[in-house]
Design a protein around this ligand. Structure first.
Ligand SMILES: [Zn+2]
Length: 383
């Protein structure tokens, strides 16, 4: 398979799991999961979805159900901080925006981060672009009609923008260098491109979600940007959990950007292989627990990507009686046709609880709830 970051025909299949697969929205798709690592640049990528264009045009409606469905990022001093609010804050911190700047949200969806940015900086001129018509209604009233575009950004916008943002867009596209090139065409010579993508080494769950075709690394990002005529000004892994925040700009004239050091690429590839091995281990732990506990009632702690991963692997060997999750927004709802309960409502007859959380926090979460001391309850961790 060809690497979509560096272009080399140098990708090794490192992970294959037969259908079903998990999506980033914690749904199940009846396709195989295949993940590759590029030996040249340290990029990780997943196989194509059957009809990737259609998936985003009609099926991928993130947070569309309710105006308040903005993802909670953090709670600071008892006050909820939403992801879009937080992203707008990062932009202000990372980019020096001139007065009256032209700003484009590329792959905007509801463009809430841009909306939040306009609240902080009413002087900017907002533009939006998305590959779907679904979000038009969210742009009405605050983005002028001639500053909205769908399917492709018009040629009149070439070289216009002081800032282009793309929040969690590039992981979804098959040809990221084409998108980077499109963004380079739209940037003004002194413009900045601010984007975020998942960091698979900071958030291992990113590896198995099939709609994330790209899993960028600190070595593949500069290589992919370079091919589109851009260079990295700043790259950060501390401000947004499990993600890279990157500021890039256009290379000037024949400016050369040095490639990542081969030893760094090697270190990245080693870490990617370890991430991959951890998923194979998780599969074995789940399979062994199912075999050992046949006939006992099962629940899954966590109704997110990890929980969906466990469910997909046990659905044909008994499935689960319920999901348990701390997030009050999902209580009383079904996930994959299975009820979601708060932790305190875990039924007494559950004998096996799969702890489907990021392994880094799983054991502490169970201890905090006292589940590790509960009589007759076997906890199954993924690592
Ligand atoms: Zn590569």
């Amino acid at each position: 398979m060809k690497c979509c970051a560096c272009g080399a025909e140098n990708c090794d299949l490192v992970y294959h799991y037969p259908s079903p697969a998990i999506t980033s929205l914690s749904t199940i798709l009846e396709v195989d999961t295949r993940v590759y690592i590029c030996a040249a640049c340290g990029h990780m990528q997943s196989a194509d979805l059957p009809d990737v264009q259609k998936f985003y045009d009609t099926e991928y409606q993130i947070s569309l159900t309710s105006e308040d469905a903005d993802q909670l990022y953090d709670v600071v001093g008892g006050v909820p901080v939403y992801r879009t609010q937080y992203q707008a804050g990062l932009i202000v911190d990372f980019v020096d925006l001139p007065k009256g700047a032209s700003v484009l949200d590329y792959g905007a969806a509801k463009a809430k981060s841009l909306y939040r940015l306009c609240e902080r900086r009413p002087d900017i001129s907002p533009h939006v672009f998305d590959v779907s018509e679904d979000y038009r209604s969210y742009w009405q009233g605050w983005v002028p009609k001639d500053q909205q575009a769908t399917y492709s950004a018009p040629a009149e916008w070439n070289g216009r923008f002081d800032l282009i943002t793309a929040h969690f867009v590039l992981e979804h596209v098959r040809e990221p260098v084409e998108i980077f090139s499109d963004i380079a065409r739209l940037l003004s010579p002194s413009g900045r491109f601010f984007f975020s993508v998942p960091d698979v080494l900071g958030n291992p769950a990113d590896m198995i979600v099939v709609d994330h075709l790209n899993h960028f690394t600190r070595t593949s990002l500069p290589v992919a940007l370079d091919r589109a005529g851009m260079k990295i000004e700043r790259i950060d892994t501390s401000r947004l959990r499990g993600a890279f925040v990157v500021v890039a700009s256009l290379k000037q004239g024949h400016e050369k950007v040095s490639a990542p050091d081969p030893s760094e690429t090697k270190a990245v590839i080693k870490s990617l292989n370890e991430c991959c091995a951890s998923w194979h281990d998780a599969e074995k732990l789940v399979a062994n627990a199912q075999a050992r506990n046949a006939g006992r009632k099962v629940a899954i702690y966590g109704a997110g990507v990890y929980g969906t991963f466990v469910y997909a692997r046990i659905r044909n060997s008994g499935g689960a009686a319920c999901f348990v999750d701390r997030n009050p927004h999902v209580h009383g709802r079904d996930h994959l046709g299975v009820p979601v309960l708060p932790p305190e409502a875990l039924p007494a007859d559950i004998g096996v609880l799969y702890v489907a959380l990021n392994p880094a926090i799983a054991r502490k979460a169970m201890a905090d709830l006292g589940f590790d001391q509960r009589e007759g309850l076997e906890l199954v961790y993924l690592s």
